[in-house]
Design a protein around this ligand. Structure first.
Ligand SMILES: [Zn+2]
Length: 189
């Protein structure tokens, strides 16, 4: 009888110790991930402060594929030659330094140093970062004659170029914000 009681007490004591250890470990495990992610959040800059644009590889092969990887507005502008409403895009009045890349494929297109305030409500540049990165095409509509600007790498529509820009080129590359993504980590091509 005494042996049974002693054994019973020992079991109860072990159970209590076991529970305390379990609760301790559990609370420690529960706390550490949140502490770690809070620390990570504080050192990783948000995309609003810093955005790196990478080349898209491989390029989508069909318009259906493009539609899957672009937002509805990007697809309408880039792949359907749409024009965003003036004074509505993300970049028309941006003065943030960096390199503007093609929102479809990541090709570098324009530098913030060549951006100027055209008063049109669209981001405007007097020259591309490299003539080889864009292509132009005559765009003869019913009432107007314009020169369309496209990304040479993925053939997406970016905007138009006019000959009423400032010196030194006299050109005005009138772009859609939706066609661009500003890479703030690059200072040159
Ligand atoms: Zn492109």
């Amino acid at each position: 009888m005494r042996v049974q009681v002693t054994a019973g007490l020992a079991c109860a004591a072990l159970l209590v110790v076991g529970l305390v250890v379990y609760r301790h470990n559990n609370s420690a495990a529960g706390n550490s991930p949140s502490r770690r992610s809070a620390a990570e959040r504080s050192v990783v800059p948000s995309t609003a402060e810093s955005l790196r644009v990478e080349l898209r590889e491989p390029l989508p092969e069909s318009e259906a594929d493009w539609q899957r990887v672009l937002t509805a507005e990007q697809f309408r502008v880039l792949r359907r030659k749409g024009t965003e409403r003036a004074f509505t895009g993300a970049y028309w009045q941006s003065k943030v330094e960096g390199v503007y890349c093609c929102a479809a494929c990541g090709q570098t297109l324009f530098h913030s140093d060549h951006k100027f305030d055209s008063g049109t409500g669209w981001p405007s540049f007097y020259q591309p970062i490299d003539e080889e990165h864009i292509s132009t095409r005559e765009d003869n509509g019913l009432f107007s004659r314009r020169t369309e600007v496209l990304c040479r790498r993925c053939d997406s529509h970016l905007g138009h170029v006019f000959d009423d820009g400032p010196r030194p080129t006299g050109l005005r590359y009138c772009m859609n914000s939706a066609a661009l993504q500003l890479d703030t980590t690059r200072k040159s091509d």
